[in-house]
Design a protein around this ligand. Structure first.
Ligand code: ARG
Length: 270
């Protein structure tokens, strides 16, 4: 089992080598960038329930939010020469709070879609996305293909794109949306849910650290090829600045390194 997970992980990591982005923009005197610099901090919204993207862990006895998205946010803060201030909230409220001006940007393993693009602007893709399922290991023979999912009790995070897949493939009457991913995992372990729809690296993390859970790739068709950083609607200056940083991080293979570090913090073996 562990071996399969590692191989799948290695294959998926290769996907992350695909670089994308444009070059950074220079900032005008009273620009958004200058405002962030003047304020001395980059305020970033996330939903820290998604290892290894973003999650809570104890570092030196202190609860800390870590993950490869957080490492990317830190790289942005460093490049601006400001402090990083992470605000943790439920995933389905992130874009609303961004629109209300509560943060400078949102990074949360988030893909864009038509609806989200009405509410926010998005950077280039920093990593390709993929959705797979998490099941109980004892059910490994039961769920092998997309067709096997119809009628199963499916769970996904409220407001997340995988929830739409859950409705589609398990049936609307069998789909359950919960705010916190940890609650979904508990319901799966206790048998209240049969299948969870989450992003691949979160599924692989849980499958690796919990003996009773397994990852299955049922080839869910994806219309959302990658994760992006969201900024306030119309904030072209910050979008272009972020695209410059994403291009640079990709050129240095830094995101790949951030992923390895985040997986170690999440308890995944190498
Ligand atoms: N990738 C999915 C989406 O964009 C789910 C992301 C959930 N992220 C989180 N930090 N809980 O809808």
């Amino acid at each position: 089992m562990k071996k399969t997970v590692c191989m799948l992980l290695a294959a998926l990591l290769l996907l992350s080598l695909a670089g994308c982005g444009s070059s950074g923009a220079s900032a005008a005197p009273d620009s958004v960038i200058e405002q962030i610099k003047a304020k001395g901090e980059l305020v970033v919204g996330t939903s820290a329930d998604y290892p290894p993207y973003e999650f809570h862990t104890e570092i030196d006895g202190k609860d800390t939010i870590v993950g490869f998205d957080i490492a990317i946010a830190q790289a942005v803060a460093d490049s601006l020469g400001v402090k990083l201030n992470i605000v943790d909230m439920s995933f389905d409220n992130l874009l609303m709070s961004l629109a209300n001006g509560e943060f400078d940007m949102v990074i949360a393993g988030m893909s864009s879609n038509e609806e989200r693009e009405k509410a926010a602007d998005f950077s280039d893709v920093y990593l390709p996305s993929k959705s797979i399922i998490l099941i109980r290991t004892e059910d490994e023979e039961k769920y092998k293909d997309l067709e096997d999912l119809m009628g199963a009790k499916g769970g996904a995070q409220t407001g997340a794109i995988p929830y739409d897949n859950c409705v589609k493939y398990c049936g609307a009457e069998n789909a359950v949306g919960l705010t916190k991913v940890q609650d979904l995992v508990m319901e799966l372990q206790s048998g209240k849910l049969d299948v969870l729809f989450l992003d691949y690296m979160t599924v692989l993390t849980y499958a690796a650290v919990k003996d009773d859970l397994s990852a299955v790739d049922v080839n869910i068709p994806s219309e959302n090829p990658g994760y992006r950083i969201a900024v306030k609607d119309g904030n072209t200056e910050l979008t272009e600045y972020l695209n410059g940083i994403i291009a640079q991080l990709n050129a240095e293979n830094a995101i790949e390194q951030f992923i390895v570090e985040a997986q170690q913090l999440a308890g995944l073996e190498e």
